[in-house]
Design a protein around this ligand. Sequence first.
Ligand code: ZN
Length: 429
Amino acid sequence: MKSEILYYSHNDLGGGLDLPKQEAQETLWTPEQPITAEVIWRINHSDRAENNRQDFNANKRAGKMRLVKGCIDARRLRAMATKTMFYDTIAGGGDLQTVTRMINNNGIELVDVESHHGPEIIGESPTECGGRDAKAKQVLSGNIDATRGNNLDAYITKDVKHHDAVIQAYLTASAVAKLTEKPVAVTAQNHRTGEKKLIAVMHKKGRDLSIQTAIPDLSLIYGDGYIPEELYAEGIPSLNLKDVQSDTVRAYLEEYDDYLRSLQPTQAKREEYRRTHTVHDPLLMTLTTDIRSSGITKPHIFDVPGSIVRLSAPRSRKLDANQHVRFTSEDKEKAWAQGRYVISHAAENSGKPKMPFSSTKTVFIATPNMEQAIDLASELATQDFMLRWLLQEDKKVIVGQMQAGYINDIAEMAYDISYGRITNIQFRG
Ligand SMILES: [Zn+2]
């Protein structure tokens, strides 16, 4: 199933980024090959990755970047990646501290708080966001267990505001808009087609917060007033682009639409894209502190929607003298809670094709310091869900030192697993 996506995406769609002709992707990786440290190294050091990094840096210097805050879901189209920083968490929840620091970066001109969903159904709340589904289950069952450390329930209880994906994005954007004088867009992406609707634009100037919104009645989204039948009576409410007051947001979404059109030139390809995006089944999970999307630093595989699930590690901005990013224990708990969601499904569905995460056989941890990446990989391996996944033969953890989008050290972890527990951890350089 994977090879189909990759085949047409790379050769016909260009994977969304420019593919130099002399660098056929077969020489770097083929879908039949496992993803090894060597493969990741090779694609990070390809001409295409180098071009991407240069474009990214030029756009950042010119103040032409956008910050997209959304879900980790691999199926989301991460468009215009050389002009975009992505901050991805489950259901786009939590952690406004890291986001605030990113927003106030001079390179950023706007923020897009994006929800994602499958097919749109009139009168119903959009579905297919796993984090949103878990929140809905929690709300419906009333079974909220936020007491145990790094479980997903705790994350969802604290960090996901609403079990409706659109409202979750709307409420998150409302909080983000108070933290910046840059325009904040609320959008919904159909991950089957890549199409995106603009729901609202929020813009603070001094003490005034102006809001242009397509939601017909705001009482439908706050408190007990939530009535999906009314909110979605005509599908997901959206603004007409030509009526959008913010020039910055309008130009961004027009560019997005042009990009999408350039990616899916024929109806047949659009149908294929829809078909292959029904199940959330990425090849790799990455935990990274790098602000560039995986499509920039690891093209040829990971610029294809559906191929990678990327957890943005919450972190403080400054590096210490040893090039260590500071992770608090709370940061790590949040990362493990989200990792649990992916890895426990991957362990459960291993060997069951077409099930969510059944192809997720590799974890890649990248931080600016190798020692720290190894420490994180060692700590991750002590989690029960991770141990169960590692006991399966075809699974692999890779650690890397990544600075400014360059991988300058990489290794595969070797866990010695005896009696269902890890006794010794080494790494192969
Ligand atoms: Zn999601």
